[in-house]
Design a protein around this ligand. Structure first.
Ligand SMILES: [Zn+2]
Length: 222
């Protein structure tokens, strides 16, 4: 992979965002000894026709922990409500995560996504990356400068990706990893959608059989 980095954090709105957007990248990074942290921002509780909101929360958290375990990743769960506000109550917990783990890169689903909660989490995390580097908020730890923000494909493909990771060698592992999210796959054939998009990226951008797309922003601290 292009950039040498030792630590990455993926901030997700929902359990499964991280595997869908960057599962292949993280599986490859793991083989190279990169340390990974998964931060789940929003409480996945939601009443469903088949079971109550508590059961939904527990199932999805259990699945998230299995995925974290397979990626040998640390994880945390910020418990934001659905459609969270963009203010210090949501930004500062993300600042704390960044300052504690001290990653070179932060990954999110793209800000310009179809899903409103993906958009909101992206906006919160971008502000957190900025505040994490500032000489403020000592309660959140020592300042830390993140080098790059990587936005990935979300519920709609990135319009203008500028970096691709050939994931052909880990595509079957990515599939298996996504199967940990059985509660989601049962409702919709997400694996086929994700693999189809990865195949498209690989063929159209000549990046191998399967590729993940990203839009990398080098972060400037004002
Ligand atoms: Zn999501």
């Amino acid at each position: 992979m292009k950039n040498k980095f030792k630590r990455l954090i993926f901030f997700s709105a929902h359990p499964d965002d991280e595997v869908a957007g960057a599962g292949g990248l993280m599986l490859k990074a793991l083989k190279q000894g990169v340390r990974i942290k998964l931060v789940l921002c929003i409480d996945p509780a939601e009443p469903r026709f088949e079971w109550d909101e508590e059961t939904e929360r527990n199932r999805r958290l259990d699945e998230f922990k299995i995925v974290a375990d397979r990626l040998k990743a640390k994880w945390s769960y910020l418990n934001f409500p659905h459609y969270p506000e963009i203010n210090y109550t949501t930004i500062l917990p993300c600042v704390k995560e960044i300052r504690e783990f001290r990653p070179e890169i932060v990954i999110i689903l793209q800000e310009n996504d179809y899903h409103t909660e993906h958009q909101i989490v992206a906006r919160i995390v971008k502000r957190a990356v900025w505040h994490a580097g500032r000489n403020a908020f000592p309660d959140c730890g020592r300042p830390h400068l993140v080098r790059e923000i990587w936005e990935s494909d979300g519920d709609r493909p990135l319009f203008d990706p500028n970096y691709f990771v050939d994931i052909s060698d880990v595509i079957s592992e990515k599939r298996k990893l996504f199967l940990a999210y059985g509660s989601q796959q049962k409702r919709k054939d997400l694996i086929s959608a994700i693999e189809g998009l990865n195949r498209f990226r690989g063929i159209m951008y000549k990046k191998g059989k399967f590729a993940e797309a990203f839009k990398i922003t080098h972060f400037f601290y004002g």
